[in-house]
Structures are given as structure tokens and as C-alpha cells.
Design a protein around this ligand. Structure first.
Ligand SMILES: [Fe+2]
Length: 507
């Protein structure tokens, strides 16, 4: 949404209002409002359990980590008067050690930095993180942002409130190029998080950390945390932002009411799904040819014999596929960009092979074409890979890490020097990437990677979200077909169907 004139006032109000901790009156008003909303939805006799914002974040992290005991840390912008919390998770109990007041928030600090760089706050923080890689390193002694916010003991400290912090950052902004401004902010975030976790580990004697809250979407910060000598394992809840609070609140209530203390996360395909009939309906009145396309099918558009000879059957030509994974691999290896739509949509901020755009991992030209046609990412923001989990140690420097703790793009890894060429289209300028590790949770996606492995030596490909720049994710079959129609992308594989768009000259 474009900025509006009232935004600065709304923002100042938001910061002041949300800094207020919940009290009996606000809880009563929340309860009345929620009960009214639930009643309107038909839940007349339900029992309502209110869960505090950071308790919900912490519950999601702790119960989904699989750790019997751990330190639990939540960090975000602001929620229920706090910007973070520190807990221990032991014997099925969460015990809060520290509450971090919202007035001194690392999340809001980074939100301000994003905003000052003319980017969208709560949206483009990843771009700030990516741009930081292009700066000449600046020593801490010359980083004025370290005076703005930091950590002391188990507390976040700052001489400023949220609005004053914005002004202080603005006074620094004009003195530095953008990439150095981003670098200094990233350094503050990493240094603060490391100090907080180090102190908490020392005080509790814990060796594992479970984390949630929007700040943990910063994979470079997460990389610094796993380097901490006292930390053996780090699990970041994959729906770490406030979109994951519903799961966290449900887990918290389930633990309180029924004693459930663990929740496995074998996959994140928990979003909307569509029946085969709906997929076929979305293909509309386009002529359908069954059984023609398979792994050995021609790339030419479907044709029929007319009176005057051969002519195209239509702009959008769907074919039933005997083996969608094999066909997708063949097209990807041929250098094509594939729109890939399967099963239930992913929850969380990352595409994980159900609403994805796929391509070869080793081709910078494809990356540029993808940006030109669809994504329009800033030049310094990399695409990410999906890879077979068993191939990860050969592609990445994974020593000392349990890969299953961060399978869903919640951690950065250094690519091995000998694999940089293979992954040229999916790495950052510093040779790192943010991978999705694919195990047995999705047989068709895994089969696709296994087919690629036959040709490339490793099961790895470029995977980015199925949407246009600045638009919501594609969710339904209709939206998938519509996006293909609008963009002129030639190949969409939707469930068992290959839809080929021959209406547009592909750039
Ligand atoms: Fe939050």
C-alpha cells in the first residue's frame, strides 16, 4: 500500500498504544469482543482461553522444537506490551525468566531502519539484511547505531523510546551510504541477540534454544547464534511472525487444558487445498488432451489437424501428466521457469514446494529473467534453493548442525566453495544461501529433486514464491491460471496437469 499522509501519526499512536501492557480492563474488553466475533461465526457455547502474545510465540517455539528442555527466546516488534521474553522449557513447563518491555525493541529498531531506507516496514527487512552484505565492514568503534540500542544482562537497553529512536536513526542516515547504514543496523541486531542468548545460556545452563517472533526471520542473525560456543542446537519456529500466533495460542491452551507438551512439524502444508474437480474447472473451456504429455513428451504446443493444415488448439493448452515430477525436471533442466502448484498451500512466510516457482539453480541468466518477468526483486536480494536433505552436507557447510531443526528456510548456510558454480543462481554475494531441506514429507517434490540429481549430481533447484512482486501469494487454481495468463509464463504444472501457455511471445 502506498504511504499516506496520516501514516506518521498512526505509527506514533501504534508505538505508544501497543507499548501498554495488558490490564484487567483491556483483557475484559478483548474477551467481550472475541466472544462477540465467535458468536457471529456460530461458536455460541465455546470456552475462550486468552493467551498472552509472547506466551503464544514461546509455546510455538518450545512445543514444536522437539527439545525435552531448552532456553526459549521470543523477539519481535511489539505485542501485549513486550518486544520479547526469555523462558526455560523443562518437564513440559514454560517458566518466564524475563520480560522485555516494548519501549526498547530490536524489532522496532530494525523496522525504523527499513522505513528510513524507503522500504516497506514489516515487509522488506530481508532486503536490509541482504544489502548489508555489500558494505565495507565497519568496526564497532565507528558504528554509532551501537549507542542507540543494545543488551545489558537479560534486558534490552536504549536511551530512546520508539519515536525518539526513529529520529536518532534519521540523524545517522544522511552520513552513510545505504549499504553501510544497513550493515551497521544488521551488526547491532546480531550483536544484541548474541549477547542476550549468551547471557541466558550462562544463567540457565541450557544448551538448546527454541526461538520465535518476527526478529528470527533474520537468518544472518540466526547464523551468528548457532556459532555461540555454548549452544548445541537452535530451532526457529518456521511461522515465526505474528501469523504463527494462532498455532502458538492453540498449543498453549492445549498444554494448559490437556497437558499436551509436544507438536511435531513434519511439514507446513496446512493451508487451503483444492479438490481435483476444482483444478479441472479452473482450466475452463480450454481443450484438454489426456495422456499425451509425459516425461518424454514434446515441448511443442498441442496441435490438431485443420482443413488448412496444422493450427494451434488454443492459447492455454492443458495435458494430463503421467509423471508430473519427471516432466517438471525435464523442463527445468531445459532452462525453463516452472509455475508449480500442488496440494495444500504452505503456512508461514516461505514457499516450500506447493506454491512455488522453480528453475535451475546454476544459471544467473534464469535468475535475471525471473526478476524481469515476475519477481522484480531488488538486484541484491538472492533467490533461495530447495535441496534434498541428504545432499545438504555436500553442498553446504553444515558441520555441527542438526539440519532437521531448521528445514524450512529459517537458517543461512555457507555454500561449499566447490559448489558455488552449481548454486550460482541461489546464493548471496557472500556465498551464503537460505535453503529448504526436503525429506520424505512431500513425495512428488522430492521425486522432482531426485530427477534433477540424475543430471546435476545433486538434488537442488531454485525455489521462489508463486506470486508477482508486491502481490499476495497465489492460493487457488483459478489464481494460478490467471497469473500464468497475465505473465505469459509458458509452463504451469498444477497437480497432474501441464498447462502450456502459447498465447504470448515469451521474453
Ligand atoms: Fe509478535
Amino acid at each position: 500500500m502506498a504511504p499516506r499522509r496520516a501514516d506518521p501519526f498512526k505509527k506514533a499512536f501504534k508505538y505508544r498504544f501497543t507499548e501498554l501492557a495488558p490490564n484487567p480492563l483491556s483483557r475484559t474488553l478483548s474477551r467481550i469482543h472475541l466472544e462477540r466475533e465467535l458468536k457471529a461465526l456460530g461458536f455460541a457455547n465455546c470456552r475462550l482461553e486468552l493467551v498472552d502474545h509472547h506466551a503464544a510465540h514461546a509455546s510455538a517455539a518450545a512445543l514444536c522444537s522437539g527439545f525435552p528442555e531448552a532456553l526459549v527466546l521470543t523477539l519481535d516488534g511489539v505485542g501485549d506490551g513486550l518486544c520479547g521474553s526469555i523462558w526455560t522449557w523443562k518437564a513440559g513447563e514454560l517458566t518466564r525468566l524475563a520480560a522485555l518491555p516494548a519501549g526498547r525493541s530490536l524489532g522496532i529498531f530494525f523496522e525504523h531502519v527499513t522505513n528510513l531506507m524507503n522500504m516497506r516496514e514489516l515487509e522488506d527487512e530481508g532486503k536490509v539484511m541482504a544489502l548489508a552484505n555489500f558494505a565495507y565492514p565497519i568496526p564497532d568503534a565507528e558504528n554509532p547505531m551501537l549507542e542507540i540500542i543494545g543488551v545489558k544482562g537479560l534486558d534490552i537497553v536504549s536511551p530512546y523510546n520508539a519515536t525518539e529512536m526513529f529520529r536518532a536513526l534519521k540523524a545517522i542516515l544522511w552520513r552513510y551510504p545505504s549499504e553501510q547504514f544497513a550493515f551497521m543496523a544488521q551488526r547491532v541486531l546480531e550483536k544484541s541477540a548474541v549477547a542476550l542468548v549468551r547471557e541466558a545460556l550462562e544463567r540457565t545452563g541450557m544448551t538448546r534454544l527454541a526461538a520465535a517472533g518476527g526478529v528470527f526471520s533474520n537468518i544472518k542473525m540466526n547464523m551468528r547464534l548457532v556459532e555461540l560456543p555454548g549452544l548445541e542446537r537452535l530451532f526457529v519456529f518456521p511461522h515465526m511472525g505474528d501469523g504463527g500466533l494462532a498455532i502458538g495460542a492453540a498449543l498453549a491452551a492445549n498444554r494448559t487444558l490437556h497437558g499436551a507438551t509436544a507438536c511435531r512439524l513434519p511439514h507446513l502444508y496446512l493451508g487451503p487445498g483444492y479438490a481435483a474437480g476444482e483444478v479441472i474447472l479452473s482450466l475452463g473451456a480450454v481443450p484438454v488432451s489426456s495422456g499425451k504429455a509425459d516425461a518424454t513428451a514434446s515441448l511443442q504446443p498441442e496441435t490438431k489437424e485443420g482443413e488448412g493444415g496444422t493450427e494451434k488448439t488454443g492459447a492455454m493448452s492443458p495435458c494430463f501428466l503421467k509423471d508430473p515430477a519427471a516432466e517438471a525436471a525435464r523442463l527445468i533442466l531445459a532452462g525453463e521457469i516452472i509455475l508449480w502448484f500442488q496440494g495444500r498451500m504452505e503456512i508461514g512466510p516461505r514457499s516450500l514446494g506447493h506454491r512455488s516457482i522453480l528453475a535451475r539453480p546454476d544459471n544467473r541468466a534464469i535468475k535475471d529473467r525471473l526478476n524481469l518477468l515476475l519477481k522484480k526483486r531488488v538486484w541484491y536480494q538472492p533467490f533461495c534453493p530447495s535441496m534434498l536433505i541428504e545432499d545438504a552436507p555436500a553442498l553446504l557447510e553444515t558441520e555441527g548442525q542438526e539440519l532437521r531443526d531448521n528445514r524450512f528456510m529459517t537458517m543461512g548456510f555457507q555454500v561449499r566453495p566447490e559448489r558455488l558454480a552449481l548454486m550460482e543462481g541461489v546464493i548471496n554475494v557472500d556465498g551464503t544461501c537460505r535453503p529448504n531441506f526436503v525429506g520424505d514429507e512431500e513425495p512428488r517434490y522430492r521425486a522432482l529433486l531426485l530427477h534433477l540429481k540424475e543430471a546435476l549430481g545433486f538434488g537442488v533447484m531454485l525455489n521462489t514464491s508463486f506470486n508477482l512482486h508486491g502481490e499476495p501469494m497465489v492460493c487457488s487454481p483459478d489464481e494460478a491460471v490467471e497469473m500464468q495468463r497475465r505473465t505469459g509464463i509458458r509452463y504451469l504444472i498444477m497437480e497432474d496437469w501441464l498447462i502450456e501457455n502459447t498465447s504470448t511471445e515469451i521474453p
